[in-house]
Design a protein around this ligand. Structure first.
Ligand SMILES: *Cc1c(COP(=O)(O)O)cnc(C)c1O
Length: 365
C-alpha cells in the first residue's frame, strides 16, 4: 500500500508495562509507578465530587469550543478566550502545530534531548527536525539553536523546564532568543511543568505574547492538576496564531466530562499549592540522597529528577521494577547511565531510595 515514506521504521509509542503486569511477573502486592510524572497526590477532591453529581447527557456531542472551560482558563490567565486552543492533552496541540506548519519543504529546530513528540510528529509530516544538543546542565542552548534557524525553519520547540532533564532555561535567555528569531517562525514554548517552577530565573512568559505574536505557550492539566486520564491541554498565543491553528483541530476533541473536570480542578488552586509544596519536600529527599551517594543529578524545576547512576540504566530499571518501583530508564530517553524518577509521596520516595541505595552502594564497593 501507499503509506507515507516517512512512516517506514517509525515505532508506535511504547507505554510502560502496566502495574498489573508487573505485580504478576514479580509476585508483588503493590507496585508504585513513578515513571510518567503524574501527580502522586491525585487531583483535587472537588473533581470527583463534581463528576459524581454532574448531569451530563451522554447522547450529546460535547461543546466543541469548550466555552465554559475556555472562559475559566482565560480569566485565570488574564488572556482573551480567543487566545486559547484546547487539545486532547497538550500532546494534541503539538500535533496540530506540526499539521498546520510542517511539511517536507520546511524544518523545525528543537533540543536534543527533549520531549520526543516534537520530533515524532515532525517526522510524520516528512519535515526535518534539527536537533541541537542541550548544554551540560540540561538546559537549552539557545545560541546554538538560533544558529540553526534558517529561511526554511517554520517552528522552534522549547521545552521549559525540559523533559527529561527537568532543567529550566532562564527566562532572560528565552526573551533574548525571541527578539532575535525572525517573526515568521512559530516558537512553541512547552510549559507542561509550569506550576512546579520556583526558580527566580523564571518570569511569566504569558506577558511576552503581545510583543511576540509568533509565540505559542503550551500548558496541561495532566501534570500538577493530576488529570492525565482526562486529556486536556491547551496552547496560549496571539489570536492570529490560534485562528490559524483552529481549522486543524477536530471539532469535538475534548469530551464533556473532561471539560468539567478541568474547570473544577482549575478553581481549586489550593490543591495545586499543596502539591507544589509537597513536591518541594520530595525533591529534597532525592537531592540529599544524591549528595550522600555522590551522584550527579540535573537541577530540577519539575516533579521528576534525572539522576546519573553511573551504571547500566536498563539494569537499574529492571532491578527497581522487581522491587515494585516503575521508573524510566535513561537509555530509552537517550541518556544511558541515568534514570528519571517522578517525585512521589514521602513514603514512596523513601521506599524507592531504599532500593536504589542497595544498587548504588553495591556498585561502589
Ligand atoms: C507530559 C508532557 C506533555 C503532554 O501532556 P498531555 O497534556 O498529557 O498531552 C507535553 N509536554 C511535556 C514536556 C510533557 O512532559
Amino acid at each position: 500500500m501507499k503509506f507515507k515514506q516517512q512512516l517506514k521504521g517509525l515505532q508506535a509509542y511504547k507505554p510502560g508495562r502496566t502495574m498489573d503486569e508487573v505485580k504478576k511477573q514479580f509476585g508483588l502486592q503493590e507496585v508504585i509507578k513513578l515513571a510518567s510524572n503524574e501527580n502522586p497526590y491525585g487531583s483535587s477532591p472537588k473533581v470527583r465530587e463534581a463528576l459524581t453529581n454532574a448531569s451530563l447527557d451522554f447522547a450529546l456531542y460535547p461543546d466543541g469550543y469548550a466555552s465554559s472551560l475556555r472562559e475559566a482558563v482565560a480569566a485565570h490567565l488574564s488572556v482573551k478566550p480567543e487566545q486559547l486552543i484546547f487539545g486532547n492533552g497538550s500532546d494534541e496541540v503539538i500535533l496540530l502545530v506540526t499539521r498546520a506548519l510542517l511539511s517536507p519543504e520546511v524544518n523545525s529546530v528543537g533540543a536534543d534531548i527533549t520531549f520526543s513528540q516534537y520530533a515524532h510528529n515532525a517526522r510524520i509530516e516528512g519535515s526535518p527536525y534539527i536537533a541541537v544538543p542541550l548544554k551540560e546542565d540540561g538546559s537549552h542552548d539557545l545560541d546554538a539553536m538560533l544558529d540553526q534557524v534558517t529561511e526554511e525553519t517554520a517552528v522552534v520547540w522549547i521545552c521549559n523546564p525540559n523533559n527529561p532533564t527537568g532543567t529550566l532555561t532562564p527566562s532572560k535567555e528565552i526573551y533574548t532568543f525571541l527578539q532575535k528569531v525572525p517573526n515568521d517562525v512559530l516558537i512553541v514554548l512547552d510549559e507542561a511543568y509550569y506550576e512546579y517552577v520556583s526558580s527566580e530565573d523564571y518570569e511569566e512568559s504569558l506577558s511576552w505574547i503581545q510583543e511576540f505574536p509568533n509565540l505559542l505557550i503550551l500548558r496541561t492539566f495532566s501534570k500538577a492538576y493530576g488529570l492525565a486520564a482526562f486529556r486536556v491541554g491547551y496552547g496560549v498565543g496571539s489570536e492570529e496564531v490560534v485562528q490559524q491553528l483552529e481549522p486543524t483541530r477536530e471539532p469535538f476533541n475534548n469530551t464533556s466530562i473532561s471539560q468539567v473536570a478541568a474547570q473544577v480542578a482549575l478553581a481549586d488552586q489550593q490543591f495545586i499549592q499543596q502539591t507544589v509544596e509537597q513536591n518541594e519536600k520530595g525533591k529534597q529527599q532525592y537531592i540529599e540522597f544524591c549528595n550522600e551517594h555522590k551522584l550527579r543529578y540535573y537541577p530540577t524545576e519539575t516533579n521528576f529528577i534525572l539522576i546519573d547512576i553511573e551504571q547500566d540504566s536498563d539494569e537499574a530499571f529492571h532491578y527497581l521494577m522487581s522491587k515494585g518501583y516503575i521508573i524510566r530508564s535513561g537509555k530509552s530517553l537517550g541518556l544511558p547511565g541515568t534514570i528519571r524518577i517522578t517525585i512521589g509521596t514521602k513514603e514512596q520516595n523513601e521506599g524507592l531510595l531504599r532500593e536504589l541505595s542497595h544498587l548504588v552502594s553495591k556498585e561502589k564497593v
